[in-house]
Ligand binder design. Sequence first.
Ligand code: XUL
Ligand code: CO
Length: 441
Amino acid sequence: MEYFKNVKTINYEGANSDNPLSFKHYNPSEVIDGKPMKEHLRFAVAYWHTYQARGVDPFGAGTAVRPWDDISDPMDLAKAKMEANFELCEKLQVPFFCFHDRDISPEDKTLSETNKKLDTIVSYAKELMKTSGVRVLWGTANAFSNPRYMHGAATSCNADVFAFAAAQVKKAMEATKELGGQNYVFWGGREGYETLLNTDMKLELENYARFLQMAVDYAKEIGFEGQFLIEPKPKEPTKHQYDFDTATVIAFLKTYGLDKHFKMNIEANHATLAGHTFQHELATARINNMFGSIDANQGDMLLGWDTDQFPTNIYDTTLAMYETIKAGGFTSGGLNFDSKPRRASFTPEDLFYSHIAGMDTFAKGFKIAHKMHNDGKFEAFMKNRYSSYNSGIGKEIVSGKADFKALEKYALKIDDIASSSGNQEMLEGLLNQYILGGNSN
Ligand code: XUL
Ligand code: CO
């Protein structure tokens, strides 16, 4: 059955096309640096926003109109959504999707019943993969929606909840492996606290580390070779999330000897909630060799929560792709649209318009970033800015030869320190030249 009857395959029609159901910048087969764009960008659809979200907000009911609205049996509905998923991904030429266990299959009364249902849907998805090229970028477990997780999952005060979460993650890892998932994501749903008056932060963090170690051990046991990713977020749903930002997560992983098993899944809106730019979070992951994958979206600078809007800001996508290229590009990771159309964009077609806008913004950002990187102007500026470390006293500092006494001896002889300008506005103008077009573009 065809779910999105009003939409045919979305094709590249060029920057001047009037057809809203076409790509203006994303040309999947265009080869850049020896690789087609689809392999550089590795787009993915997020199951939860695309098929589960109804547009509910604290002031009103869902508004979404979806082709599966008349199906009431939970398993028929789950199957219909899986069919719709393959159709949407194929029509959008998106090669991957990402899912939580509870997105693709409903929860039942007991864990064993729930697991049986998940097995049925996983088999069905595998069946659909036989005739489709669409694959899984990553899977994860939803260990935050059910009321049992009110105090957290791995960081719950209740050991039974820890055990239940472990069982759920074990099963979600098996499902991800079964579906050929290239990564497995840990986003710390409710791993955090509301008040330190009732929270043993030390025990909770230690338990979280124990939990992740068990996941590492189990992956080895079952031969799951996908990359483990942690997705930082500073707040929401809890007041303080333990995986606050990339630097915090790296420190945590290093403290517990887990760092070699994980990379980062950086989400733009989580970065800005943490008071960082998207670029900052990506750069922090990159310089620590922990760049993994991206949850592509954008927040609203005037709102303090995770609005998960489709990314349409060309400056942000350009700088994100610049960091991605500097990190060597995606290996197992990709660009997952952890984004949802606004509540008033309620039609099935809006699912396509919104993905097209996001894909085009990233495709254009990638092309601009690729040119910036190839031209090397920013890199050359930066290299020159730090050139005092290439010789003389600078070289002695970075090679570890200099100590405080040697530096004092040197400093006592300095009469005048020559500074050079950081030229920030010149560089921002150059970035504009790349983005807006001009001699360099
Ligand atoms: C929540 C969020 C999650 C993760 C997966 O803010 O981003 O959807 O991406 O659990
Ligand atoms: Co996310």
